[in-house]
Ligand binder design. Structure first.
Ligand code: UDP
Ligand code: MG
Length: 315
């Protein structure tokens, strides 16, 4: 019989956290979900430390734990997707391995799904980070921009403590696109979405794997895969600029006709216009390039990741 709950955890160089994570997680699962059945799917995202050995050991001792091993590091979202392809539960919960999301909150999320919601997001009401301002500021910006681009008002897109109904997972798995941001993608398939505040601890050990640059990347992902707004703005801008240019041209013609000696001023005006146009063109090229780059990636149609092996203790 397939279990009710699948817990998905991406793991990348988390050797200091795995032991505690498993202790707390297994306690919660055994206490609350033994009757309905549960499983845990751990993706090793090409860790360079002992994480893989440690989670394989867990899988050896517990039949309900599956390990997906990547051949190298593909990133958190790819790791979660790979685990999604292996889930058999009706409710899927994602969780970070660094214990920033307390496993003790899982029953609350599942209860909400049982109430009939498709997606339940955790919301870090008391976000306390030992991470630097370079980590917290960007994610505030990401949250605000995500709200704008996706049009769905959620407090916190960055929080990975989330629960999904199985059909939402299946829909996400059918997406062939490469740059996917799971919380936003899930919301585009879900009808009933809710959020509950969850506790948020400091990272138990190790360092955050997200710097400013990865967050900027994430933002570009969101902007281009969830909205056509930049393209539409581009055309609006184009029209405005063209009209202004035309009017200026007419103005200059009249000016020359009225005062043929005033050429110096005219040159300065032209320079100003030129710089303005060059600036606009660069903005336009940049945005077009972003889309074209994505088309390129999409057209190559490379597999998003390669699973070396799916580990599971033999019966
Ligand atoms: N992670 C991953 N691959 C990566 C980076 C991160 O699987 O390339 C995992 C990591 O092990 C953790 C989760 O994603 O379980 C969140 O990572 P992190 O805590 O560094 O992110 P933050 O909490 O700063 O957003
Ligand atoms: Mg973290």
């Amino acid at each position: 019989m397939s279990p009710h709950l699948s817990v998905v955890i991406p793991i990348y160089n988390e050797e200091e956290n795995i032991k505690q994570l498993w202790m707390r997680l297994s306690a919660v699962l055994r206490e609350n979900f033994d009757e309905r059945g549960w499983e845990v799917i751990l993706t090793d995202d090409g860790s360079r430390d002992k994480s893989l050995e440690m989670i394989l050991e867990i899988a050896q001792s517990e039949r309900r734990v599956k390990v997906v091993e990547f051949n190298r590091n593909y990133g958190q979202h790819a790791a979660i997707f790979a685990a999604f392809s292996q889930v058999s539960g009706q409710v899927v919960v994602t969780l970070d391995a660094d214990l920033q999301n307390p496993p003790e909150e899982i029953p609350k999320l599942v209860a909400k799904i049982d109430e009939g919601f498709d997606v339940v997001g955790g919301w870090r009401s008391d976000r306390q980070e030992n991470d630097s301002i370079f980590r917290t500021m960007p994610s505030k910006i990401v949250n605000a921009m995500t709200r704008k681009t996706t049009g769905i008002k959620l407090h916190d897109y960055g929080c990975m403590l989330r629960a999904y109904r199985r059909d939402v997972i299946n829909a996400m798995l059918d997406c062939r696109e490469r740059s996917s941001f799971i919380p936003a993608l899930a919301n585009s398939f879900a009808k009933r979405i809710t959020e509950i505040p969850v506790a948020h601890a400091e990272r138990a050990a190790g360092e955050s794997k997200y710097g400013l640059w990865r967050l900027i990347n994430l933002q570009f992902d969101l902007l281009t895969s969830f909205s056509l707004l930049p393209l539409q703005m581009l055309s609006v801008l184009g029209v405005v600029v063209a009209v202004l240019g035309f009017l200026l041209f007419i103005g200059l013609m009249i000016y020359r006709y009225v005062d043929p000696a005033g050429t110096v001023e005219g040159v300065f005006t032209l320079f100003a216009i030129l710089f303005f146009f060059v600036g606009c063109q660069f903005i336009a090229f940049g945005l077009l390039g972003e889309y074209i780059g994505r088309i390129y990636v999409e057209v190559r149609d490379r597999p998003r990741y390669m699973i070396k092996k799916v580990h599971r203790k033999e019966e």
